[in-house]
Design a protein around this ligand. Structure first.
Ligand code: AMP
Ligand code: MG
Length: 472
C-alpha cells in the first residue's frame, strides 16, 4: 500500500526543520493499529498491521513519498523561555490527504535522536506510548479536538528511565504539529520572512477563511477558548500547557502528564513536575490566555504599525474569556440537563461545583449520576447534593426532556488514571489485553453497557493515582 504523501511543511525553507531519518530498532512488534482512524485516512488497517508497515511504524523503513523531518520550535516551559526545543524524539514522516480532502501529519514519536534531542535519547517507553494512545483516542470519542493515535509498536529494545523499560513508538496523526512555539521560534530570531511564510501556511491549512494575521489570531483564540471549555467540561487536566504544547489547529496535543480528575477540585494537579500548580484544572483558561498573548506578540511584526497592531491584538486575545465563558456555560448547562437558557443557570452550575469540591464528589460520576438519580451518593455528605437538588429540580421543570440532555452530555466512561496505569503495567509484563479492553470501552463513552462493567467506577482508596509523569 502506498500513501499519496503531499509534504507541504517539508517544502518550507530549510530553517523550519532538520531532515532526519528514523533510527532503526532491533525487533518491531505490533501493539495496535487504529482501524477506524486508518479507514478515515483512506488506509487499509489490515495492511497497516502487516510486517512491512510495522517496520515503518518502528522506523526501520520509510514509506514511499515520505520526507522525514524534525520540526523546529521554541516555547515557554512553566513560564520560562526556551529559545530552542524542537522534535527531540519525534519525526514528521509526511502529510496525508484523506479521502474527504482533509490534510493530516503522520508523525512517529519515539523514533530516535534528532538535532533537537539535547540530552535525551529520542526514545519512548511503552508507558507514555500507551497512555497517549488511550487518552487521545478517548478524547476523540468524547468529541474533543485532538491529535490521534494511528498505531503503536514495540521496538524490541530497552529504554532506560531510572529502570529498564520496553521501548515503543507511537504513530501520531494531527491536523498539524504547528504550535505557538513554532511561531515563537521565528519571532525570537526576528525572522519576519519565516513568520510570514508560517502564517500563510497555517491560514491555508487550518483557517482558509482568515485573510490577515489578525483574522488568524481571532480564529486561534476562538478555537482554544472552545477547546479549553471542552476540557473543563470533562474534568480533563492537560498538565503541561507550555506554549510548545499548544497547537495552532486547536487540537489537544501532548498527553504527557495529563489526567482526568476523579474527585472534583478546582486546584487539582497531577503532574509531578508542576510544583506550584501553574497548570491546575482551574487555571487552564488563564494559561490559555497567557499562551495566546505570546502567540499574539509573534504576529505583531506582520500586523502593520505597532500602536494599532498592539491594540487590535490585545482586543483579540481579550475576547478569549468571553468566548470561553459562553462555551463553558453551554456545555455545563447541558451537563445539568438544560437546553433553555435562564439568567440563574451559571450560578446554579457553580453552586453544584462548589458543593462537589466540598463533598469530594467524583466529577464524572456525579454528572452521569444526575440522569440516574445517583449523584448524591458521590458526595462525602449526600445532603450537600440534596441541598442543591431542590433548586435544580425546580429549574428542570421548565425543560422538555432533561434526561436525554443529561445522557448526551455526560460520559459514563473516561480514561481514569488507575485504568490507564493498570493497562500499562500489564503491557510491561507482556499482556496487552487490558489495553485493548480499555480502548474498546472508551470508544463509546456515553453508552453504558454490561460488558464494560466496572469501568465506570471511581478508584478504590488503594487504586487512587495522585501523580502523573511527563512521558519521556
Ligand atoms: P514535552 O515535554 O514532551 O513537551 O517535550 C519537551 C521537549 O523535550 C521537546 O523538545 C521534546 O522533543 C524533548 N524531549 C522530550 N523527551 C525527549 C527524549 N526522550 N529525547 C529527546 N528529546 C526529548
Ligand atoms: Mg510537547
Amino acid at each position: 500500500m502506498t500513501i499519496a504523501f503531499d509534504n507541504s511543511y517539508a517544502r518550507l525553507p530549510d530553517r523550519f526543520f532538520v531532515r532526519q531519518t528514523p533510527a532503526a530498532v532491533a525487533e518491531p512488534g505490533l501493539i495496535a493499529v487504529n482501524a477506524p482512524l486508518a479507514r478515515a485516512l483512506g488506509l487499509d488497517p489490515d495492511l497497516l498491521a502487516r510486517p512491512d508497515w510495522v517496520a515503518i511504524f518502528a522506523g526501520n523503513a520509510l514509506p514511499e513519498g515520505a520526507a522525514p523531518i524534525a520540526q523546529a520550535y521554541a516555547g515557554h516551559q512553566f513560564g520560562g523561555w526556551v529559545p530552542q526545543l524542537g522534535d527531540g524524539r519525534a519525526l514528521l514522516l509526511g502529510e496525508i490527504v484523506a479521502p474527504d480532502g482533509r490534510r493530516f501529519d503522520l508523525q512517529l514519536k519515539g523514533s530516535g535522536p534528532t538535532a533537537f534531542s539535547r540530552r535525551g535519547d529520542g526514545r519512548a517507553w511503552i508507558g507514555p506510548v500507551l497512555r497517549e494512545y488511550i487518552v487521545s483516542e478517548a478524547m476523540a470519542a468524547l468529541g474533543v479536538p485532538t491529535t490521534r493515535a494511528l498505531a503503536a509498536v514495540t521496538t524490541g529494545e530497552i529504554v532506560w528511565r531510572e529502570t529498564a523499560l520496553p521501548g515503543a513508538v507511537l504513530a501520531r496523526v494531527a491536523a498539524s504539529h504547528i504550535r505557538v512555539g513554532t511561531f515563537q521560534y521565528f519571532a525570537a530570531r526576528d525572522d519576519t520572512e519565516a513568520l510570514r511564510l508560517l502564517t500563510d501556511h497555517v491560514i491555508a491549512r487550518h483557517y482558509p477563511d482568515a485573510e490577515t494575521p489578525l483574522d488568524l489570531l481571532d480564529r486561534v483564540v476562538a478555537a482554544q477558548a472552545r477547546l479549553i471549555a471542552r476540557w473543563m467540561s470533562l474534568g480533563f487536566i492537560h498538565g503541561v500547557m507550555n506554549t510548545d504544547n499548544m497547537a495552532i489547529s486547536g487540537e489537544t496535543i501532548d498527553y504527557g502528564p495529563c489526567a482526568f480528575m476523579d474527585a472534583y477540585h478546582p486546584a487539582k494537579v497531577f503532574s509531578s513536575i508542576d510544583q506550584f500548580g501553574r497548570y491546575a484544572y482551574g487555571n487552564q483558561p488563564q494559561i490559555a490566555l497567557w499562551n495566546l498573548a505570546q502567540f499574539a506578540s509573534c504576529l505583531l511584526p506582520l500586523m502593520g504599525e505597532e500602536g494599532p497592531a498592539v491594540e487590535a491584538a490585545t482586543e483579540s486575545i481579550n475576547r478569549l474569556p468571553e468566548i470561553y465563558g459562553a462555551e463553558w456555560l453551554r456545555l455545563f448547562r447541558a451537563k445539568i440537563g438544560l437546553v433553555s437558557e435562564e439568567p440563574g443557570d451559571r450560578a446554579l452550575i457553580e453552586a453544584l461545583l462548589s458543593r462537589m469540591a466540598e463533598g469530594r464528589a467524583d466529577f464524572t460520576r456525579t454528572f452521569s449520576g444526575l440522569a440516574e438519580g445517583a449523584a448524591a451518593a458521590e458526595f462525602s455528605d449526600p445532603s450537600l447534593f440534596d441541598g442543591w437538588a431542590a433548586d435544580w429540580t425546580a429549574r428542570l421543570a421548565r425543560e422538555a426532556d432533561p434526561k436525554a440532555t443529561l445522557r448526551a452530555a455526560n460520559p459514563v466512561y473516561i480514561p481514569r488514571n488507575h485504568r490507564v496505569e493498570e493497562a500499562i503495567r500489564a503491557a510491561v509484563a507482556g499482556d496487552l489485553a487490558p489495553f485493548h479492553r480499555l480502548n474498546a470501552v472508551l470508544a463509546r463513552p456515553f453508552d453504558r453497557r454490561a460488558e464494560a462493567e466496572g469501568y465506570d467506577a471511581a478508584p478504590a482508596e488503594v487504586e487512587i493515582v495522585t501523580r502523573t509523569f511527563c512521558g519521556t
